[in-house]
Design a protein around this ligand. Structure first.
Ligand code: MV4
Length: 431
């Protein structure tokens, strides 16, 4: 739906692909055409590259937008799309591949001039060498899988005694989950914030930044609330890290939308990963910049020069996104099923990006995200008041959603004070 909306405003027709479980989905209804690409199992539909290319062929598509999940960071898919003569609305396959290998990405980003978390600077293959590195940087250390990312395949060793077991565990897990047992070591940062920079490159060496998002409020590596700008940064720090991130990937002539993720602790930014796709939380950056990032992605893929300069990107006010999921607000038990009542909030500064409508059946097969409520206001305090008002208006009947959780969270004193880090929500929920 997000991509369709940008296309329509550009006068571009759309073809939706969908599984049999999504025949009644709103994006299928809105698109000019739709093609069913397989059964509910995402492996046989949304991850089926051949089926998607066939859909492109029979519909006569010019370009393929990979979306924000599934194949969006699959270099082989990007390559196939281009080999078949379609424009891939995303980065160059080599950059997707580079950033997918977390060790190679870290090395490359360090070369490009950004700070990384102190650690092994490459894979650790031998326990003795690992122990020396860990001793050097100091415990606790974090062992991460090269092929991991997004919190998958990592484990802390608090003291030297634990390191051999943690290494063995991570290697086994990595081999089983990713078919690659390479692991690396980092200093474990205790209480960082997750701050990420939104970037847009034209593929010719020009890269713009759209400031940062603070995505520290998460549970089990699923973001719950995101906001921009981060209440933890001042204007000078923001401009500096944005410029440095943009300059880094400009050197590799990065193309398309991308996000550099940092852990921010003690006034320092440490690169952890780069996402070579548009992210779920991109609307908060759109709301403060006034720029349609999907429109820009499409223009870049079409080979249009970026008709924006960094000085055109003026960040205004504050935006917060609540990710509303079809889960029980206390137990997080999945709650798919039929939406019997639906009323979305509106008014100045309120944006709802959702596939829901009254009568829609939320399928049980996929991610439980059903709506993003994004609110914009002049400043953070007003934004929270507006968000509270909008959450109170929002009616989603027939399924459980996390709206009640969001209502509670945004009125917590720590949230009002912006006094949170990546562990805040999980600590709060255990009380
Ligand atoms: C870390 C870390 C602490 N120290 N690296 C988790 C997701 C992946 N992108 C990297 N992650 C982390 N890496 C070091 N050296 C803590 C996390 C982490 C985390 C990071 C961002 C957002 C939420 C998180 C929750 C738990 C752990």
């Amino acid at each position: 739906m997000r991509i369709h909306r940008a296309c329509r405003e550009m006068g571009i027709e759309t073809v939706a692909v969908h599984s049999t479980a999504d025949s009644e989905a709103m994006h299928v209804r809105l698109a000019n055409e739709s093609v069913c690409i397989g059964p509910p199992s995402s492996r046989e539909s949304y991850l089926n590259m051949q089926a998607i290319l066939s859909a492109a062929q029979i519909s006569g598509a010019d370009a393929i937008h990979p979306g924000i999940g599934f194949l969006s960071e699959n270099a082989a898919f990007a390559e196939m799309v281009e080999e078949h003569g379609y424009a891939f609305i995303g980065p160059a396959p080599e950059h997707i591949r580079l950033m997918g290998d977390k060790i190679a990405a870290k090395e490359a980003i360090q070369q490009l001039g950004l700070s990384v978390v102190p650690g092994s600077n490459g894979p650790v293959t031998e326990d003795g060498a690992a122990a020396r590195i860990a001793q050097d940087i100091g415990y606790p250390v974090l062992v991460k899988a090269a092929a991991g990312g997004g919190g998958r395949g990592m484990k802390v060793a608090k003291v030297a005694d634990e390191l051999p077991d943690v290494l063995a565990h991570c290697r086994n897990e990595a081999a089983a989950s990713f078919g690659d047992d390479a692991v690396y070591i980092e200093k474990y940062l205790d209480r960082p914030r997750h701050i990420e920079i939104q970037l847009l490159g034209d593929g010719n060496g020009k890269v713009l930044h759209f400031g940062e998002r603070d995505c520290s409020i998460q549970r089990r590596h699923q973001k719950v609330i995101e906001e921009a700008p981060s209440p933890a940064l001042d204007a000078a720090t923001r401009a500096n890290i944005g410029l440095r991130a943009a300059q880094a990937v400009a050197k590799i002539c990065y193309r398309g939308a991308g996000t550099i993720e940092f852990l921010y602790e003690g006034g320092n930014f440490h690169f952890i990963e780069m996402n070579t796709r548009l992210q779920v939380e991109h609307p908060v950056s759109e709301m403060i910049s006034g720029i349609d990032l999907v429109r820009e992605q499409i223009r870049i893929a079409a080979g249009c020069p970026l008709n924006l300069e960094q000085s055109d990107i003026v960040l205004n006010g504050h935006a917060i996104e609540c990710r509303v999921v079809a889960e029980h607000p206390d137990t997080f038990a999945p709650s798919p099923g039929k939406v019997t009542d639906y009323h979305a909030p509106g008014g100045l500064g309120v944006r709802v990006d959702s596939q829901l409508y009254s009568g829609y059946r939320v399928p049980p097969h996929y991610d439980s995200l059903v709506s993003k409520l994004i609110v914009h206001a002049d400043n953070r305090a007003e934004c929270i008041m507006r968000l509270n008002r909008a959450l109170n208006e929002y009616v989603i009947g027939g399924i459980e959603t996390t709206i009640p959780l969001h209502q509670r969270l945004i009125m917590e004193q720590d949230f009002l004070d912006a006094d949170y880090d990546i562990h805040w929500l999980e600590t709060y929920l255990k009380i």
